[in-house]
Every structure is written in structure tokens, then in C-alpha cells.
Ligand binder design. Structure first.
Ligand SMILES: Nc1nc2c(ncn2[C@@H]2O[C@H](COP(=O)(O)OP(=O)(O)OP(=O)(O)O)[C@@H](O)[C@H]2O)c(=O)[nH]1
Ligand SMILES: [Mg+2]
Length: 341
């Protein structure tokens, strides 16, 4: 069965053990009955809220999330449809705890996975106290996907702020024309012009958002920056390296899952992950000559994981063919996506 095919070229050995629970690395939050965080610093008049970042694919939502919280929690790539799941990034500004929700790009879905991603993005917006719509200002004009987002917000009677991103790439007069065009529907209360990459304008954006969140207790400890379990973050990091190092269509045919997570007494950790592809030919591409490609991907992922976890990481990557992973309910469940969306 191609399903079970293992790759030995990577130098990785499977230990054959049952999948370990990576729970040791998962963050948990202590909450009292009212749902508020206990034993954390809490200002006298706390404010707290969910801020959804939505927009067309590639607008820079994940880059902005990372810049807003000052740490990388969401993966970024030059390709569209990088983000597949809803990612939370948490930051404190003054008395306010801002819980930013990075969402998959919103576009016209074709495949089942696309539908689930777009549904997750809208769910993120619906649950939020505050919505920021990102637009890549370096595009030639306003695209259909962004028009659709603005129209739907208008239909729902929801207000949002407009965030024109990538201003490092455009001239000022273009920005003014875009601002005018996108504000015609009266959906946006404010327009911000930023560069998520350089950080230009991001501090102002943060301050304004913090000031507008509703009063309420903080929901996470002050130093927590995400709610994503480490196993998932680790898989996402490897997927980012796949996206960046493999070109053409292949990235969309691949997905990564963390199978086991084993902490050792000497402070190191062994993480085993499976890269699922849809065909044997794709497996060969991911492996590269003599396993050289997967090795480079693994090295890049390990370097980033070590910096993030501040411990030594042994990363084992296996490549398996699973023809229909895109339509496998189990994969969707692992990402928190709705299979029936
Ligand atoms: N020049 C420039 N590039 C940016 C900026 N913000 C993001 N990018 C680049 O735009 C590309 C897409 O960024 P992402 O953050 O992955 O975009 P996204 O909206 O999360 O994309 P999806 O998850 O696919 O919907 C990456 O190559 C980023 O480096 C910016 O302010 N300036
Ligand atoms: Mg993204």
C-alpha cells in the first residue's frame, strides 16, 4: 500500500512506538468559573477582545499578526493560501489584551479544503469584536475577492477597519485612490496604511485597536502569545519550509502532521512528522536526489524550532503518499476545520 510507504532516504528511523502525547509542550490556561484568567496580572479596568484579520489570499495577514505580537506564530510565504487554520496571536497593550485571529485568505472556493478554509475565515470574523480587512495595496486594483468581503460585511451590517498593507511597494497617490474606492460602501470606520513587513504604521494600528476593545477580563495569561499547541506550530513550520523550498503546484499537494513528541532528560526533544503527498511522483520531488531536498527542508525547520523552543531538536521527517488526504475527515479534524463546510 502506497499509504504506508516510508522513506528511508531521510536517515530517519521510525521507533515504532505508539504516538506520544506532546502535551508537555502544550500551553494550558487556568480559568476560574467566570472564564477569567486566575493568578495573572490584571489591570483595574481591563479590556479584552478578539480582532479578526481577514482579506484576500496573500494580503499579508499572517505577516501582520506576527508583527503585531512581535513573534512568529503564523507561517508566511509568497504563495497564496498559506494559512489553513485559524491562528490566535495574543498581545497586551496598556490595559487591553488583544487576541488577534489570523484567518485563511477569503476567495472563491473550489475544492473541499478551500471551502473549509474560507468557512473558517468567516467564522473568525463573525466571532470577533473587531474586524480588520487587509488589502495588498501593491495590487493593480481592487480584486473580486476583496470586493466580495466588503459586500458581505455590508450585508451583515458589520463595521470594520481597512488596512492597506505593503505600502513600502507603492506610491502615495495610489494609496489615496484605493482608500477612496474601498470606502465607497461605508463599511470602514478608519483606514490605516501600513507595511506589515517593515512594521511601518503597525504601532499606531495596535494602539487604536487596543483603545476600542470592550471592557472585560483578560482571557489569557499576560505572557501567552498563542493558543496553538506546539505540535501544530511545529507542523506548520515544516509546511512553511516546504512551501518556500518547493515551487510550482506541489505545496498545495502536501500537508504535514506531527506524529510524536518525545522530551528527553537532557533537555532535547525528538519530533517526528509525516509529510503527506498525493502521488508517488510528488514523494520523489519532496525527497530530492538521495534525500537532499527533504534534508534541507528538515534542517531549515529544525533551526527555527530550536530557536522557538530554546532546546535541542531532533526532527524526523517521513514522506508518505496518501492520495486523498484532501478529502480525509481526519486531516480536517486535526486542523480544526469543518469537513462539511
Ligand atoms: N513588501 C511587502 N511584502 C509583504 C508585506 N506584508 C507581507 N508581505 C509578503 O506578502 C506575502 C504574503 O504574506 P502572508 O503574510 O503569508 O499573507 P497572508 O495574507 O497571510 O496569505 P494567506 O495565508 O495565503 O491568505 C509574503 O511573501 C510576505 O513576505 C509588506 O508589508 N510589504
Ligand atoms: Mg496567512
Amino acid at each position: 500500500m502506497t499509504d504506508e510507504s516510508m522513506n528511508d532516504d531521510t536517515g530517519a528511523v521510525e521507533d515504532g512506538d505508539a504516538v506520544e502525547d506532546g502535551g508537555a509542550a502544550d500551553e494550558s490556561v487556568a480559568v476560574d468559573e467566570g472564564g477569567a484568567v486566575v493568578a495573572a496580572r490584571m489591570p483595574e479596568h481591563p479590556r479584552c477582545g478578539f480582532v479578526a484579520l481577514v482579506g484576500a489570499p496573500n494580503a499579508g495577514k499572517s505577516t501582520l499578526l506576527n508583527t503585531l505580537i512581535g513573534s512568529k506564530v503564523s507561517i508566511v510565504s509568497p504563495k497564496v493560501q498559506t494559512t489553513r487554520v485559524r491562528v490566535l496571536g495574543i498581545a497586551v497593550e496598556g490595559d487591553a489584551q488583544m487576541i488577534f485571529v489570523d484567518t485563511p485568505g477569503i476567495f472563491r472556493p473550489k475544492r473541499r479544503l478551500d471551502r473549509a478554509m474560507v468557512a473558517a475565515a468567516w467564522q473568525g470574523a463573525e466571532d470577533a469584536d473587531f474586524i480588520g480587512v487587509l488589502f495588498d495595496a501593491s495590487r493593480r486594483g481592487v480584486d473580486e475577492d476583496t470586493r466580495g468581503i466588503v459586500a458581505r460585511l455590508k450585508e451583515q451590517g458589520r463595521q470594520a477597519i481597512l488596512i492597506l498593507n505593503k505600502i513600502d511597494l507603492v506610491r502615495r497617490d495610489t494609496l489615496l485612490a484605493l482608500t477612496e474606492e474601498l470606502n465607497r460602501d461605508g463599511v470602514f470606520t478608519d483606514t490605516f496604511m501600513i507595511s506589515a513587513q517593515s512594521g511601518d504604521g503597525v504601532a499606531d494600528l495596535r494602539r487604536i485597536i487596543a483603545g476600542r476593545l470592550p471592557e472585560g477580563p483578560w482571557l489569557f495569561p499576560e505572557d501567552q502569545i498563542s493558543d496553538m499547541p506546539m505540535r501544530l506550530i511545529a507542523a506548520e513550520i515544516t509546511r512553511e519550509k516546504l512551501f518556500v523550498q518547493l515551487h510550482q503546484e506541489l505545496p498545495y499537494a502536501a500537508t504535514v502532521e506531527t506524529e510524536s513528541w518525545e522530551e528527553f532528560g537532557n533537555g532535547s526533544v525528538k519530533i517526528s512528522q509525516v509529510v503527506y503527498v498525493q502521488r508517488e511522483s510528488q514523494k520523489a520531488i519532496v525527497l530530492g536526489k538521495g534525500g537532499s531536498r527533504i534534508k534541507r527542508i528538515g534542517q531549515a525547520a529544525r533551526t527555527e524550532l530550536e530557536a522557538m523552543l530554546e532546546q535541542r531538536v531532533h526532527l524526523m521527517l517521513f514522506v508518505k503518499v496518501r492520495e486523498d488526504w484532501e478529502n480525509d475527515p481526519e486531516r480536517f479534524a486535526a486542523w480544526g476545520l469543518d469537513f462539511k463546510a
